[in-house]
Design a protein around this ligand. Structure first.
Ligand SMILES: Nc1ncnc2c1ncn2[C@@H]1O[C@H](COP(=O)(O)OP(=O)(O)O)[C@@H](O)[C@H]1O
Ligand SMILES: [Mg+2]
Length: 279
């Protein structure tokens, strides 16, 4: 077993361009200001934990980044280029995948159809594609392979998603993001409905994404999970990102303190690394 971060270069300390750089996002629903000033930077090969109490704005932030909501203001840069992510399709085309807190599955469709939603393998061109005929057999085979990788046990990839358990449904949503993620993967409480063993599997998948150079954002209320896989955390409160810390330098108790406000959180730029602190 390797200690997370011990033998790796800290990507956030390099001069590389971040895969995702979100600055000053605001989003209101009528009179409710869900986001006031939310920012987040993630580098290739980095796992950033997005933390905050219920209602802090985490899910709204993720929806604004992945095209499900349109932010009122703020900028999103992907690999250094400013982008307007008008829809989930645009996010996908940019290599950004997401596991939404509500999973965003279509209950009336089967597992394979959910895994391929929005990018069905089309059988032939022209006439057939206009009819929307899909190579069902290929989709099922690939769906099976994806689910095996994620460790989700299902009766069949032809099962209707609405008939499955919460854990199975969450596994499908995670599998979909992991399978298609090219550049950035955001996961909004990906292990919330999972048992201990399957949750560990998801943490392993996150590490694997990181090792492939993908930038990962994970929202979790489980501090043990955060300490296990995250390189850095960004803490949100009342719609604002209020600070950031490097995980090897914090404890679970400190994280809870940052979230509740009991402990002031410094900005990452001002957090000296452990080695700097020792001198
Ligand atoms: N569609 C919506 N309409 C109205 N208010 C919303 C909507 N979505 C989120 N909110 C509000 O925005 C705030 C942030 O919510 P959310 O992003 O879900 O927080 P978190 O994921 O951190 O728990 C909450 O006060 C929530 O009630
Ligand atoms: Mg949420």
């Amino acid at each position: 077993m390797t200690v997370a971060g011990a033998d790796r270069i800290d990507p956030s300390r390099s001069t590389a361009v971040p895969e995702l750089e979100v600055t000053g996002v605001a989003k209101s629903f009528g009179a409710v200001a869900a986001l006031r000033n939310a920012s987040l930077t993630v580098y290739s090969g980095e796992v950033v934990g997005l933390l905050g109490d219920n209602g802090a704005g985490k899910s709204t932030f993720v929806r604004c980044i992945t095209g499900r909501l349109h932010p009122d203001s703020g900028t999103i840069k992907v690999a250094g280029e400013e982008k307007r992510i008008r829809s989930p399709e645009v996010a996908r085309a940019l290599g950004i995948e997401v596991v939404h807190q509500d999973l965003a599955l279509v209950n009336s469709l089967d597992v394979a159809a959910n895994l391929f939603m929005g990018r069905e393998i089309v059988h032939g061109a022209g006439f057939f594609s206009r009819l929307g005929l899909l190579k069902k057999r290929d989709m099922r085979k690939q769906a099976q392979a994806v689910l095996e990788q994620v460790g989700v046990k299902l009766p069949s990839v032809s099962a209707t998603v609405g008939d499955l358990s919460g854990g199975q449904r969450q596994g499908i949503a995670v599998g979909r993001a992991v399978a298609w993620g090219q550049r950035v993967v955001l996961m909004d409480e990906p292990a919330a409905a999972l048992g201990v063993e399957q949750a560990q599997h998801v943490l392993d998948l996150i590490r694997r994404l990181r090792d492939q150079g993908i930038a990962v954002v994970m929202i979790s209320h489980n501090m043990e999970h955060v300490l296990k896989v995250c390189d850095r955390v960004v803490v949100m409160r009342r719609g604002e990102s209020i600070g950031s810390a490097r995980v090897p330098e914090v404890t679970g108790e400190m994280l809870v303190g940052f979230i509740t406000g009991a402990i002031p959180i410094p900005d990452a730029a001002q957090v000296p690394s452990s080695s700097e602190r020792m001198t």
